[in-house]
Design a binder for this molecule. Sequence first.
Ligand code: GDP
Ligand code: MG
Length: 177
Amino acid sequence: SSSEDEGEEYLFKIVIIGDSAVGKSNLLSRYARNEFNMHSKATIGVEFQTQSLEFDGKEVKAQIWDTAGQERFRAVTSAYYRGAFGALVVYDISRRSTFDSIPRWLDELKTHSDTTVARMLVGNKCDLESIREVSMEECKSLAESEGLFFMETSALDSTNVKKAFELVIQEIYNKVS
Ligand code: GDP
Ligand code: MG
């Protein structure tokens, strides 16, 4: 890369949305700190975590926002979405109602976001295969009809967690660079 590229920095805000208890906070703590909490409380949690990555020798900082449980009251504010370049829209593969909520979350995201947001549909808790209520095919079909990336993850056993976040970050980088 040429010398004027060096030191160039990007900061991307990414939001995590989806119904209560689908595993949003644990996806973030698994990604940012490699931690999982079986008894996490909705009230605990920081506003956001920042992860640094490098693409083409340029530093990319992903500022990943987690709700503080407001989703229980359907009260995620517009400030939460403001300036977001990416979103992980999460449901729990073992709870059909959380998948049924996805269109509502996508609408809310559209209403509140100003740019073309890189969106990933995330079916979390894929370790709970024995009590699965949403098939991979349904996920894929919704993702294709809405133009979303999709992935099944497990914050518990780490399946695809890094991949899901980093694909969104990569997609944002591709758009802006
Ligand atoms: P949030 O309300 O969406 O932030 O969900 P949390 O991250 O607080 O998780 C809700 C509950 O689901 C907690 O008891 C977690 O331990 C559990 N959980 C989160 N991710 C997973 C996962 O991938 N697999 C399983 N089995 N449980 C999970
Ligand atoms: Mg949470």
